[in-house]
Design a protein around this ligand. Structure first.
Ligand SMILES: *[C@@H]1O[C@H](CO)[C@@H](O)[C@H](O)[C@H]1NC(C)=O
Length: 480
């Protein structure tokens, strides 16, 4: 399976184009869709068909139907497929019950910015084959460089209201016709069908340029974040440390992998690669993986913003009680480490809702040493501060002795003996051993416990970087 990743890479480099997805609107107002009828069934020959008088609807009819009687709305349209139509049966239709009055559902306006009403795929073929992509809520709704698809044989009604004056997209396909010219589509919107299908104050405009950056583009829906999230209801979560992905409305249980990319990175290619290497494996079949470029603001000491850096966010969620998301994250990190230079990846790390993060994946001695040293340095600083503040140890006495604890073994032996006299010759037995103070002190000092420290280790191609955990307490503080 994994034996030809480079071949795959080459293949996808040739095929992989810029990152634009197909976003298909799911609901329809079709006559043949039984969910559109109040009795839950498509009316048959003994039934009286009724459309709400005051509702303007566009209804696509694919085939011929027998009816007893039909009451039409004041305004609206029936789009008849070729060969479609209605006829009245004389007498009783034997294949149809006693006959009821069935009403076309008074569909309330369905919102463009409702992520549940869209499905995404990389290509039109994937859409048809049902190979849908998972994405964060903001990107479930069409992005500015996406192709929007309304199913070929269907009618629909979408409410495109927003606070913006327009919704730019690359193209829109309606009833099998693809519009990518701005003027042509605005002409269509002015037509009878266009007015019935697209409602609301905001104008959908096509002809937006495609994403010219192979590493991906920002979706552009963050301006509509609130509107999008108003339509979403978040479920209850059971994991220890739920994660909030950028662009998502709800915290999730799973893993977020962050990819730091460089020149040569191609998001589309990489998405395909992860799919072909991992997602097709049976053990990962319940995994949902969403990959996108996001811009995270960088914060100094977790508070002061000092810039923004684009990176690739990979959200991995594994079903209800799935547990494979961390394994997949480890696989992705391993792949990024061994093929990073070919893929244009500088570094990768992950955070899991279980509380673990990428340092556990490494298992490299360098990283362990890094953690140990980081913790030692912190403890040393604390000891110095405590000793000096308690006035037990005076600066000239304590300073020479403390830096002479360069490695773990000496600390352990020091701790075991518990010989207070070792700290400094002049200390008497009333001295509080700072080591035993630790448990009560540590919680006050963020990032000193190893669990916290783990979040601040970054594994990159060039080596292991230890980031002072004090500056890193805001890891999980997403601002949305
Ligand atoms: C019928 O409509 C529902 C809701 O609009 C949609 O989810 C479903 O896919 C439609 N069925 C078909 C066969 O298109």
């Amino acid at each position: 399976m994994l034996k030809t990743p480079d071949m795959l890479l080459l293949f996808f480099c040739l095929v992989g184009a810029v990152d634009a997805l197909q976003k298909q609107w799911i609901p329809d107002t079709n006559y043949e869709n039984k969910t559109n009828w109040d009795k839950g069934a498509v009316p048959c020959g003994n039934d009286i068909v009724q459309f709400p008088a005051q509702r303007t609807v566009s209804v696509f009819v694919e085939t011929t139907h027998a009816v007893q009687e039909m009451r039409l709305p004041v305004d609206g349209e029936l789009i008849l497929n070729s060969g479609a139509g209605f006829y009245v049966v004389s007498g009783k239709d034997p294949g149809c019950g006693d006959g009821v009055t069935t009403q076309f559902r008074d569909l309330e306006s369905l919102q463009w910015f409702n992520p549940a009403l869209w499905q995404a795929a990389a290509t039109l073929e994937d859409l048809q084959r049902g190979k849908f992509l998972f994405s964060v809520h903001e990107e479930s709704v069409p992005c500015q460089y996406d192709d929007v698809v309304f199913k070929a044989l269907s009618s629909f009604r979408v409410d495109a209201s927003s606070s913006q004056s327009s919704i730019p997209v690359k193209s829109v396909s309606v009833l099998g016709k693809k519009f990518d010219s701005r003027s042509e589509f605005s002409q269509y919107l002015g037509s009878r069908s266009g007015q019935l299908q697209f409602q609301g104050s905001t104008v959908v405009t096509v002809g937006n340029q495609e994403c010219g950056d192979p590493s991906g583009c920002d979706c552009g829906n963050s301006v509509n974040h609130q509107r999008i999230c108003n339509t979403v209801t978040c479920g209850a979560l059971s994991c220890k440390k739920p994660l909030l992905p950028v662009g998502h409305c709800c915290a999730v249980c799973g893993v977020i992998v962050t990819i730091h990319y460089a020149a040569g990175f191609n998001l589309q290619t990489y998405r395909e690669r992860i799919h072909h290497l991992f997602l097709i494996l049976p053990k990962y079949k319940s995994i949902q993986l969403g990959m996108s470029k996001v811009v995270k603001s960088q914060r100094l000491m977790g508070v002061i913003p000092f810039g923004a850096s684009p990176e690739i966010q990979v959200v991995v969620v594994d079903g209800e009680k799935g547990s494979q998301s961390e394994n997949l994250a480890l696989d992705i990190l391993k792949d990024a480490r061994s093929h990073g230079s070919n893929l244009g990846i500088n570094g990768a790390e992950f955070q899991a809702s279980s509380g673990s993060s990428s340092d556990q994946s490494g298992g490299s001695a360098g990283m362990v040493v890094g953690v140990v040293f980081g913790v030692l340095i912190m403890i040393t600083i604390i000891i110095v501060v405590v000793l000096v503040r308690k006035g037990v140890v005076q600066m000239p006495l304590s300073l020479p002795s403390l830096p002479s604890l360069p490695s773990l073994p000496s600390l352990i032996s020091w701790k075991k003996r518990g010989d207070v006299g070792d700290v400094g010759g002049s200390v008497d037995h009333g001295f509080d051993n700072p080591i035993f103070d630790m448990p009560s002190m540590l919680p006050d000092i963020p990032g000193v416990y190893t669990a916290e420290t783990k979040h601040s280790i970054t594994m990159t191609q060039t080596g292991v970087h230890f980031i002072n955990p004090v500056y890193d307490e805001n890891e999980t503080d997403f601002n949305v």
